[in-house]
Design a binder for this molecule. Structure first.
Ligand SMILES: [Zn+2]
Length: 69
């Protein structure tokens, strides 16, 4: 039971940041740093998770931030 790596876990706007570090915006490829304990916001490059986001990522429940190990 030494499974501490969850492959490709994604986060949406408003989720708590579990680990400080760089996160990839999957729809556009932008990388942004987030601090542990803060909450994810939209991607400032493509506005994923908002009505202004890419066509496939306009839903606020869309999980598009992916941790970069
Ligand atoms: Zn983006």
């Amino acid at each position: 039971m030494m499974k501490d790596q969850t492959p490709s876990k994604r986060y949406k706007i408003g989720d708590l940041v579990p680990t400080s570090g760089a996160y990839l915006c999957v729809p556009c490829g932008y990388v942004q740093e987030f601090e542990e304990g803060t909450r994810f916001i939209t991607c400032e490059a493509c506005f994923a998770g908002t009505p202004d986001g890419p066509e496939e990522s306009q839903d606020p429940n869309d999980e598009f931030w992916e941790f970069l190990p």
